[in-house]
Design a protein around this ligand. Structure first.
Ligand SMILES: [Zn+2]
Length: 397
């Protein structure tokens, strides 16, 4: 099973929004009541059970206002937090008690399995709330398990639809359309077919707005109305950047899943890269990790092979003759002194990723057409060595 989620913007009416706010508030109080009850029991030397709390729910909430399953999910949330906490304690971590949730820390409710229905006219019906208008920009695939209705800091409402998809077994043994993807600082991706996707410029534009807004905020007087307004403005820009980035990542991953049947990427060493201050900003900008996650679940859903391979030597090796050609980060072109192969360094890396991926597959999964190789033009003693090495590597059976 693969779990994936969709974030849909909701457009509740004023009345619906009031109901949503009320429900969230009731659930927040309910959550805090659970903490209170368990503390009380604990003081009396007694550990309160899940069932006992569950039986208390009807008396704790106004029944006509909150869908009963939504209230149940608050108990699950409480229970899971409790479990996480005791797991931490067992591992010897020092932790406090569960904390009461303040209004600023509780902004979503959860419809699990029932209480919601997608209607044909771009609306979702939520029990006790009503039919809320929403925008569905991508087809929702799989079985819907739950919907989180969430209020963002901007005051915008979203439905996070969580779906489960059965994993299609990877049945095709003949891999026809194979791609290696290199992610980098200069371009967002460079693939083994020479296709380049630049870093999204839209984000940069929003970044300027962001800076301006942050600057303005710093000048506002604390606790003033204007400061609050500026905060809202800033939250809106953050939200927009998040949406733009997500959209870009979805489209890019979709492109690869639609056009290939085998996708190789290299394992990111983000921790190391972030230590390098110059790289850190670009990395957080482009969210490669999130890109890989999207590739992974989209591929799983489509029955496509997605695999991460070790990045060892992928940028230094010549993808034509397999000799190591050392180069610094600043050198953008791979220029092989052994075979004369000249290519963009990221393109070279992508070709190596593809080959390394293929080499990592079990024999029966490997396709028998390796990378297209240009006829070698230089003659030297190395020449014959190169040929024999290539044959060794690409002879699969
Ligand atoms: Zn070479």
């Amino acid at each position: 099973m693969v779990v994936s989620s969709y974030k849909l913007r909701l457009y509740p009416t004023k009345n619906q929004e009031n109901k949503l706010n009320d429900t969230i508030e009731i659930c927040r109080i309910l959550y805090n009541d659970f903490i209170f009850e368990s503390h009380l029991a604990y003081k009396e030397g007694y550990k309160i059970k899940f069932d006992e709390l569950q039986r208390m729910i009807p008396a704790m909430i106004p029944k006509d206002k909150v869908y009963s399953k939504v209230a149940q999910m608050v108990l699950w949330q409480f229970y899971n937090n409790l479990k996480t906490l005791s797991a931490l304690i067992q591992r010897g971590k020092r932790t406090g008690n569960l904390r009461f949730k303040s209004k600023s820390r509780f902004h979503s409710i959860n419809y699990n399995q029932s209480g919601f229905k997608f209607l044909p006219d771009n609306k979702i019906k939520f029990s006790k709330i009503g039919k809320i208008k929403c925008i569905i920009h991508r087809k929702i695939q799989g079985k819907i398990k739950e919907i989180h209705v969430k209020k963002e800091l901007t005051g915008d409402w979203y439905a996070i639809v969580v779906c489960e998809n059965e994993l299609k077994s990877i049945c095709s043994l003949f891999r026809k359309k194979i791609v290696g993807i290199d992610v980098g600082i200069n371009n967002f991706v460079y693939d083994s077919d020479g296709h380049v996707i630049k870093h999204p410029q839209l984000l940069r534009k929003s970044k300027k707005k962001l800076k301006r807004s942050q600057r303005k905020l710093s000048k506002k007087i604390k606790n003033s109305n204007n400061r609050w307004k500026q905060k809202l403005n800033l939250a809106r820009i953050h939200q927009k950047i998040k949406n733009q980035r997500n959209d870009f990542l979805h489209k890019t991953s979709r492109y690869y899943v639609d056009n290939y049947d085998t996708i190789f990427v290299e394992e990111l060493k983000i921790q190391n890269m972030i230590k390098n201050h110059y790289l850190a900003k670009s990395i957080s900008d482009s969210s490669w990790n999130s890109f890989f996650q999207k590739l992974e679940y989209k591929a799983a859903r489509a029955g496509i092979l997605f695999k991460k391979i070790s990045p060892y030597n992928t940028s230094q090796k010549c993808s034509m003759c397999n000799n190591i050609v050392k180069k610094s980060l600043a050198q953008r072109t791979h220029n092989c002194p052994f075979c004369g192969f000249k290519i963009d360094r990221d393109h070279n890396a992508a070709r190596n990723i593809k080959q390394k991926g293929l080499d990592s597959l079990p024999l029966e999964w490997r396709e028998v057409t390796p990378l297209e190789r240009r006829p070698l033009t230089i003659t030297s003693i190395r020449y014959s060595q190169v040929i024999s090495r290539n044959e060794e590597i690409h002879h699969f059976d």
